[in-house]
Structures are given as C-alpha cells and as structure tokens.
Write a protein that binds this ligand. Structure first.
Ligand code: TYD
Length: 194
C-alpha cells in the first residue's frame, strides 16, 4: 500500500526548479528527493544525448525516458512511497508529454502510455510558470553550453503543451517571483498535502 505522498515539480528549462528544490530540501529533510532523467543506466544515456549533437528521434527519446521512469518507479519511487516516505520529484511524466510532445509526438498519448505502464501517479504537480524568453535569458546568463532543448521556438512549444495537459493536480506558481516568494507559495501548497 502507498502511504507517502508523491509531489512532482515541473516547468520549462530555466524556470527555477533547481533553486526551489534546493530550498525545499531544508524544509523536508525526511522526504526523498529524486530527479528524472535519473543517474541510472538509461538516465545516463539520456544526459549524454542531451548535451551532444547526436540527436535521437522523438520515439527513441520517448523510449529512453520511459525505460528510465520504469526503473525509477521500481527501484526508488514505489519503495519510498510504500515505506511511508514523501517523494519530491524533479520532473516526471508531464515533462515526457511536454518535451517529446514538442518533438512532434501526441502529448495525450504520452500521458496515457505512462499511466498504462502502472507508474506512480502524482498527488500534486507544482508548476513553475515563466515565459520562454525569460527562461532562456536565465539559461544564457549561467552557461555558454546549451542543451538540445534550450532553444526559444522549442521552449515555446514545451510551454504551450505543459498548459494544454494541465490537470486538476497542477498548482501554478509564478516563476518570475523571487526565489523566496516561490518557496513560500510552494510551502503553502505542500502544507495542505503533506
Ligand atoms: P536536466 O539537465 O536535468 O535539466 P533541468 O535541470 O532543466 O531539469 O535535463 C533534463 C532535460 O530532459 C530537460 O530539458 C527536460 C528533458 N526531459 C524530457 O525531454 N522528457 C522527460 O520525460 C524528462 C523527465 C525530461
């Protein structure tokens, strides 16, 4: 039986997820913090692909992310939830729908595919909402290297799909706010759930 709560944090690249998660760690020291792509066998391949020019097609990327998630659910997510731990996850199947959807696949089919595989279903999704232009400014200001997905037209597609697939689990947080305000909004929502 699942006893812990499963919280997912989502948003386009550069939305401020990493900062929020670092701040949440200080408030929820008992929770298990995970991220996808993982550091497992499939996640490692994904990260290499994303930072290289060796482009895989959308179906191949989808398969890699699904394999990574299957392993993550079996090895990390379900065991933690069953033991009563809360899990706070940096990206999950909404990323799959938004990013591989932006690569041309059907976003709703991707969500269905994930659910049909029996993956853990989130209790809430904290969505950090920021414009693609602002997100890219932030990405460019911190690094000169860019990953395959960090292009304006692509992030605009990702942004619009994230909003198209928003369900009743989504809690929108304005990503343009200060890191402290973003944290306060997230804590307020998590206080209702955890
Ligand atoms: P990462 O370097 O972890 O970026 P971030 O810190 O923004 O999360 O790379 C993750 C990338 O993988 C990100 O651009 C989104 C993408 N992604 C997918 O395309 N599909 C997926 O299913 C997941 C989980 C991530």
């Amino acid at each position: 039986m699942i006893k812990g709560k499963f919280i997912v944090i989502e948003g386009i690249d550069g939305c401020g997820k990493s900062t929020l998660i670092e701040n949440l760690r200080k408030h929820f020291s008992d929770a298990v913090f995970l991220r996808e792509p993982t550091n497992g066998q499939f996640g490692t391949v994904i990260r290499k692909k994303l930072s290289s020019d060796d482009i895989l097609n959308a179906d191949e990327m989808l398969e890699l992310f699904l394999s990574d998630r299957a392993e993550d659910c079996e090895v990390n997510i379900f065991p933690a939830l069953k033991s009563g731990k809360n899990v706070i996850m940096d990206r999950y199947y909404y990323s799959n729908a938004a990013y591989q959807g932006a690569m041309g696949l059907d976003c709703r089919e991707i969500i269905k595919n994930n659910i049909n595989r029996g993956f853990a279903v989130p209790d809430a999704v904290l969505y950090l909402d920021i414009t693609p232009v602002e997100a890219l400014k932030r990405i460019r200001s911190r690094s000169l290297d860019s990953e395959q997905y960090e292009k304006l037209s692509f992030l605009e597609k990702v942004d619009s799909i994230y909003k198209k697939i928003a369900d009743d689990k989504y809690f929108f947080i304005d990503g343009n706010l200060s890191a402290e305000m973003v944290l306060q909004q997230a804590l307020k929502k998590l206080g209702e759930i955890l």
